[in-house]
Design a protein around this ligand. Structure first.
Ligand code: SF4
Ligand code: SF4
Length: 377
């Protein structure tokens, strides 16, 4: 069914997709640094409070944070689609296996599955459960023998959305101006083909209104040059959103391009599915490589190596330091004399952050005030 050949830079090859390749004028993208997420779920609740407090939305988390490897929302979403897709081989950095469009059964646009209602019922199942056992006399090694990590997830506002490809009503569309993927609620008839198709399970069916709903990338904020609710409220300052260009048009002063294309420290989630997702992850440094390779593709070991150089690489440290520094979109950054400056779309200065926070150690005995002080931070 997928007849058109389109170029997918994340898998370094052309692939089949139901529609022709159309790139938006700008593409909404985000980078999440997994190493800093503490699973406080502030992002989840900020999103829930803003967008999904209505009837029929009780079970919906457009943003969720799950513990890997045993946490899922909905239950076993990744295990099920990985199993259905079968072998996923890479030839260097080129994916030689099938994408979910190429693996589609006859007469369907996408290889997918429809979760059961109960699969959404326990969003915290597997929370904080580590992989492996702590044996007597065990000590910490890198990578850790016992590990888990937190995976925050929103809709990826994919370049080749499976939800768009599968909708028989053409009710889902990708905005030309910013690449945000939206459901036209007037056109939707609730067939749930999008829910079946999205491998990340980020479209939801509202049983009260009988139509599909999904993350809208907080477009009213994006249109005003601001960051999304989940990003601006993030306690761990692990997130940043902005515009991402194609690799050949990468702008080194744009933090998205710099982290994704130039330093290659931020990687897409399951690139082998073939959707060219636009949320990128800095992989966790303490997790065994085979698990991470399946999740983020073949660049994962190099990404971790590069990430670890950040303390000696002022520009990389600068790009990571602007995370969470402003509620506005940081479209450009520049590092000079130990300070990173963030700029908006127009080039106006938004924020200045020192790369190293100054430390002041106060004397234990303050002679002037005649007091004793403990230095606690
Ligand atoms: S993550 Fe799923 S819902 Fe979001 S654009 Fe991609 S296919 Fe559609
Ligand atoms: S708010 Fe930030 S740190 Fe907290 S769970 Fe969400 S992504 Fe992780």
């Amino acid at each position: 069914m997928a007849k058109n050949k389109v170029n997918n830079w994340q898998i370094r090859r052309e692939m089949f997709y139901p529609y022709e390749e159309v790139r938006p004028q700008k593409q909404f993208a985000a980078v999440f640094d997994i190493n800093k997420c503490i699973a406080c779920q502030t992002c989840t609740m900020a999103c829930k409070q803003t967008w999904t407090t209505g009837r029929g939305q009780e079970y919906m988390f457009w943003n969720n944070v799950e513990s890997k490897p045993y946490g899922f929302y909905p239950l076993a979403w990744d295990v099920k689609i990985l199993e259905a897709l079968g072998a996923q081989n890479w030839d260097g950095d080129r994916y030689s296996g099938k994408t979910i469009f190429e693996a589609a059964p006859k007469g369907q646009a996408v290889e997918g599955y429809l979760p059961e209602d109960a699969d959404y019922a326990y969003p915290n199942v597997g929370e904080d459960e580590p992989f492996g056992e702590v044996k007597k006399g065990d000590y910490i090694t890198i990578p850790h023998r016992v590990w888990h990590f937190y995976l925050p997830r929103i809709c990826n506002h994919c370049t080749y959305p499976a939800c768009v490809g599968a909708c028989p009503r053409k009710a889902i569309y990708k905005r030309e101006e910013d690449g945000i993927v939206l459901v036209d609620q007037k056109r939707c008839r609730g067939y749930r083909e999008c829910v079946r198709a999205c491998p990340y399970k980020k479209v939801f069916f509202n049983k009260t209104t009988k139509i599909a709903e999904k993350c809208i990338a907080c477009y009213p904020l994006i249109e005003k040059g601001e960051q999304t609710q989940c990003i601006r409220t993030c306690i761990g300052r692990i997130r940043l959103n902005g515009w991402l260009h194609l690799p050949e048009k990468a702008d080194p002063s744009n933090p998205m391009d710099y982290l994704v294309h130039i330093k290659k420290v931020a990687l897409p989630l399951f690139p082998q599915f073939g959707l060219e997702p636009n949320v990128y992850y800095i992989p966790p440094i303490h997790v065994p490589a085979p698990y991470l390779r399946q999740m983020f593709g073949p660049g994962v070991e190099q990404a971790i190596k590069t990430y670890k150089t950040a303390q000696n690489d002022e520009t990389l440290l600068g790009a990571l330091t602007v995370f969470g520094s402003s509620e506005f979109r940081v479209s450009k950054f520049r590092v000079s004399k130990g300070v990173v400056t963030g700029y908006d779309d127009k080039g106006d200065e938004l924020v200045k952050v020192p790369l190293k926070e100054p430390v002041f150690i106060r004397p234990f005995h303050d002679e002037k005030l005649q007091v004793y002080r403990h230095n606690i931070t």
